[in-house]
Every structure is written in structure tokens, then in C-alpha cells.
Design a protein around this ligand. Structure first.
Ligand code: NAD
Length: 259
């Protein structure tokens, strides 16, 4: 018996075995949750189908969060098999690549700014809004953020601004949905080498620095993020909502000093 026994979880953001969403899916599966997966596009469908199968799931649905029609189709897709939903994992982010390198303002465009906020922040609220009628009174929504929401960091640029919006979204959604028993939290994960992260300029340096700066002297794994996410979405965390929980080996509270 796991601590997510009987819970039904919708997992977004799986693109590969390196995805943080995959670490979360594995942890939730290990704790007894039943899983459904979304895939961003046809190119990813078969890969996500293979991965889902490894966690005993064949419940898949398309979801490009830039497309309102696909968000609106989620409730019917879920209800084709489940009569409710207990967990939503939002592990989706995107900004144009040229916005994630160098001077923040140099390549910034209105379109790039909007896209980063649309895909990386608005989508959380849009999914919460669409799926609200299906959520049980002990359900949880979880998203992924990064320290660049609070601190100016090299190259993270517009994504940091979008993550700040996402974190405020967590608090406003927690406030709006709390009376119905729905909790909304974020994990602020340390740097992890994934497909999305490879789009950020000099990501290797960020990894090296986080390893040196963190009290635990390491980079975190998707498994460590997954375990915390599983806990936050379980009834064990019934008193926690609107929080940004760091899973970063402590890197967030230290400063970079060469000693
Ligand atoms: P990833 O590339 O494995 O996952 C990103 C996912 O976003 C992919 O599955 C992709 O299909 C999806 N996506 C992008 N645009 C989409 C759209 N329009 N519609 C639907 N899905 C879309 O990378 P990851 O690092 O696992 O990213 C997951 C989350 O974790 C992101 O929010 C990211 O910002 C966050 N995060 C990552 C790190 C890190 O260092 N990797 C650190 C902190 C937070």
C-alpha cells in the first residue's frame, strides 16, 4: 500500500526519461497512483506511450497548452475512463531559444515574452479552470518552478519572469480553490539536465555552480524531485497549499563565493 493508493493523476510534460515529469510519474506510480499522460504533439506520442506503458498506463491524451481547444477537451478525455481526478502535474515550460541566452533585453520581443508567459504560467491556470469540476475535495495541483523566479540569473531571462508569474499563479489558485479542498503547490527544483534545460545558455555552468554552492554538494535528481512532488500531492501534505518547496540540495540559500 502506497500513500497515493486510489489517487488518479494526470501527468503533463513527459518528453523523455530525463524529464522531471517522468521522475514524478515514477514516484507516484511507486506510491500506488493510477496515471494518465498528456503528450505535446504527434512527434512525442509514441515515446510517451512507451513510457506510460512502463508505469502500467495506456491512458493518453494530446495536450498542446497553447491550444484552447485541447485544454477544453481534457475533461471529456479524463471522463472517458475516470469519474474524477485527484492530482494534476503541470511540468510544462517554453520560451523562444534566443530569449534564453545573453542580455535579457537584447533579444526580447513582445511575442517571446507573451509566449513564455502563455505556455509556462497561463497554462497552469487554464488547466486548473478546465479541470476544476472533476477535482475531488482532497485533490492537489503541482507545478515546477526555478530559483530564477526570485533571483536574476545569467541567461534564464524571460523564463525567470514567467516563473515569477507562475509562482504568483500558485498562490492565487490556492486561494481560489482552497475552499473546495484543492491544494496548489510548486516544487522549485535545482538545475537538472533535461531537454528544456539544454535550451538555456551555459546550462553546464549553472549545474557546476549549483553543485559547488549547495550544502549537500550535489545536483538533485528527477527521483528526488519526484518523491517530494508525490508527497505534496498526497494526503500526507493535507495542510500545505500555496507553497513553493525547494528541492535543490539547499542551493537557494547560499551565495557563490570562491573559497
Ligand atoms: P523537459 O524538456 O523534459 O520537459 C518540458 C516539457 O514541456 C516537455 O514535455 C514538452 O513537451 C512540454 N511542453 C513545452 N511546450 C509545451 C506546450 N505548448 N504544450 C504542452 N507541453 C509543452 O524539461 P524539464 O526540465 O523536465 O521541464 C519540466 C518543468 O520543470 C518545466 O516547467 C521547467 O521549467 C521546470 N524546471 C526545470 C529545471 C531543470 O533544471 N531542468 C529546474 C527547475 C524547474
Amino acid at each position: 500500500m502506497g500513500f497515493l493508493n486510489g489517487k488518479r493523476a494526470l501527468i503533463t510534460g513527459v518528453a523523455s526519461k530525463r524529464s522531471i515529469a517522468w521522475g514524478i510519474a515514477e514516484a507516484m506510480h511507486a506510491q500506488g497512483a493510477e496515471l494518465a499522460f498528456t503528450y505535446q504533439n504527434e512527434r512525442l506520442e509514441s515515446r510517451v506511450r512507451d513510457l506510460a506503458g512502463q508505469l502500467d498506463s495506456d491512458f493518453l491524451m494530446p495536450l498542446d497548452v497553447a491550444d484552447d481547444a485541447q485544454i477544453d477537451a481534457l475533461p471529456d478525455a479524463i471522463q472517458s475512463r475516470w469519474d474524477g481526478l485527484d492530482i494534476i502535474v503541470h511540468a510544462v515550460a517554453h520560451a523562444p531559444r534566443d530569449h534564453l541566452d545573453g542580455d535579457y533585453l537584447e533579444n526580447l520581443t513582445r511575442e517571446g515574452f507573451s509566449q513564455a508567459h502563455d505556455i509556462s504560467s497561463y497554462s497552469l491556470a487554464a488547466m486548473g479552470k478546465a479541470l476544476r469540476p472533476l477535482l475531488t475535495d482532497q485533490s492537489a495541483i503541482l507545478t515546477l518552478t526555478y530559483l530564477g523566479a526570485e533571483r536574476a540569473m545569467p541567461n534564464y531571462n524571460v523564463m525567470g519572469v514567467a516563473k515569477a508569474s507562475l509562482e504568483a499563479n500558485v498562490r492565487y489558485m490556492a486561494y481560489a480553490m482552497g475552499p473546495s479542498g484543492v491544494r496548489v503547490n510548486a516544487v522549485s527544483a535545482g538545475a537538472i539536465r533535461t531537454l528544456a534545460a539544454s535550451g538555456i545558455g551555459d546550462f553546464r555552468k549553472l549545474l557546476d555552480q549549483a553543485e559547488k554552492m549547495s550544502p549537500l554538494r550535489k545536483n538533485v535528481t528527477t527521483e528526488e524531485v519526484g518523491n517530494t512532488a508525490a508527497f505534496l500531492c498526497s494526503d500526507l501534505a493535507s495542510g500545505i497549499t500555496g507553497e513553493i518547496v525547494y528541492v535543490d540540495a539547499g542551493a537557494n540559500f547560499t551565495v557563490a563565493v570562491d573559497v
